[in-house]
Design a protein. Sequence first.
Length: 247
Amino acid sequence: MPIQYSGRCPVCEQDTMFEMRTPKFYRSAQCASCGSWPAQRAFWFAMTSLRPNWRDLAIHESSAGGDPVTSRFLKECRNYIISQYDPDRPGGMMVFDPDKAGGKYIVQDLQKQTFPDGYFDLVVTREVFEHVFDPAAAISEIVRTLKPGGLCLMAVPVANRFKPTQRRARITDGVLEHILPPEYHGNPMSQDGALVTIDWGYDIAPLLTKFSGIHFYSQTFDNRELGIKDEFNQIVIGIKGELPDIT
């Protein structure tokens, strides 16, 4: 018999029941109202806390799938753009595909984007940065496309936790090299999945700060009443602006 408990879902904003579908927390406690997972609720809680005016913002989400978070963005944010990595098409191309979230996407390689400088108020990546080969280039490009004061919000599985971040795969001279046994996650663009290239540790925030030149920090969310109980409920937050002067 699945374990159930009551609470309020931040994503659908409904009093609901959360049901533990598996013994592990990861993606387990699903909302009976919208089907959201704990990590999605952690992301939504962080996003709405930091940017309560999100409906009025220009938002870019990379590699969005058809989940409850994407659905809310599509319904309520008029300036929400989805990009997908599609190596068979040129960067910047708009593709209309009824099988993809929102029915359309813009082709973008996160590591080499075609968006103008200072274009977005908020850039979102969820379960994406464990799949990029060059995180330094990707985060630099994200920061480039952010307006001053803009926010980068990332949900990243911190698989290594207290261990240092470790590469699983790299590309050298055009050749894929597996450092650790191949591991794949779901991919909205391919049934073959997406190769995991990096196992991130809690050092992800200082590494992204080093790569990008802006300040990143990581926050772990844990709130049973909001259904935020998960093995990977860390949200990484970057702000394109100066730190406060408290001297």
